[in-house]
Design a protein around this ligand. Structure first.
Ligand SMILES: C[S@@+](CC[C@H](N)C(=O)[O-])C[C@H]1O[C@@H](n2cnc3c(N)ncnc32)[C@H](O)[C@@H]1O
Length: 271
């Protein structure tokens, strides 16, 4: 399907962001926020990756698909910990290149493949993967139900999918909705809620955990980490971008505290 201008520009932005994220300053900030030790762009923390690992119950016989895999966080961590095979799929090539390099460094490239592809039209046969994950990806694309349908198609009957997603809290006033939208990922809006979409795509919800408190704490760590790195960050990205970035984190934190935004972790299985 043809992508919109907004989707195309998001891919370009992620390409730039993944390259920039390799700089030691951004690495320090990411590690302060998520504690991950990888190039990451979601809010997924090390302890959430442990939770994903626990729910997926991965071992060497499994093959995991990570959709919207970015530069390999948390997919590479999950395969490093479990020994499973891993397919990383995303649209920006820069992130996947970083992921491949990291897999080489970690000595696990024999069980990791990277594929440039679209989550709404997965280039795999049906019932191929024993596990699927995605981290804050559905809020970064418009056709969420297509992704949930495609993940359902490619997973085995006894498989498990775990994902995190940011959404706008339902029932807000017009003013609050606009504020939430301003500080959300680019495609946070959806016609239907995630519970309804999952059911209609053939998934049973095993668990849905509200991780907004953790999201708020990560956002607080981001503000602190960026302020600690302020001189270097200003040199790296420029004064204007630094100030715009700081305003966005503060606005996001305020939206989370006012309960306009939430983040959830879903564990689902084919129904
Ligand atoms: C918030 S980032 C998460 C990246 C990575 N999983 C992480 O945790 O750092 C969201 C990712 O979703 C990807 N994405 C957006 N639309 C997509 C689509 N249609 N198909 C596959 N990936 C997509 C973006 O390119 C981006 O890398």
């Amino acid at each position: 399907m043809k992508r919109s201008v907004k989707e195309i520009s998001q891919v370009a932005r992620f390409e730039t962001d993944y390259e920039a994220a390799r700089s030691p300053i951004i690495q320090t900030i990411t590690n302060n926020v998520c504690g991950c030790g990888y190039v990451g762009s979601s809010w997924t923390t090390r302890s959430e990756a442990e939770e994903i690992l626990k729910h997926l119950e991965l071992d060497r016989s499994d093959n995991l698909l990570d959709v919207g895999a970015g530069a390999g966080w948390p997919g590479l961590y999950l395969t490093n910990q479990s020994g499973c095979k891993l397919t990383l799929l995303d649209l920006p090539v820069a992130g996947l290149r970083i992921a491949r390099e990291r897999a080489d460094t970690d000595g696990i490239s024999n069980r990791v493949q990277t594929i440039v592809g679209d989550g709404t039209n997965l280039p795999f046969p049906s019932h191929h993967f024993s596990a699927v994950s995605h981290s804050d990806v559905l809020c970064c694309l418009p056709r969420k139900l297509d992704v949930l349908n495609e993940c359902r198609r490619v997973i085995k009957g006894n498989g498990c999918m775990v994902f995190t997603v940011i959404s706008i809290v339902p029932g807000l006033s017009h003013v609050d909705f606009k504020k939430a939208l301003m500080f959300s990922p680019g495609f946070v809006e959806s016609d239907s809620d995630y519970h309804s979409m999952l059911l209609s795509a053939g998934w049973s919800i095993i668990r849905c955990r509200d991780i907004t408190k953790e999201f708020k704490e990560s956002c607080e760590r981001m503000i602190k980490a960026e302020s600690e790195q302020e001189p270097g960050l200003r040199r790296l990205i420029g004064n204007k971008e630094f100030e715009e970035g700081s305003a966005i984190w503060k606005g996001k934190l305020s939206a989370i505290k006012k309960r306009l935004l939430r983040r959830e972790l879903f564990v689902v299985k084919p129904s």
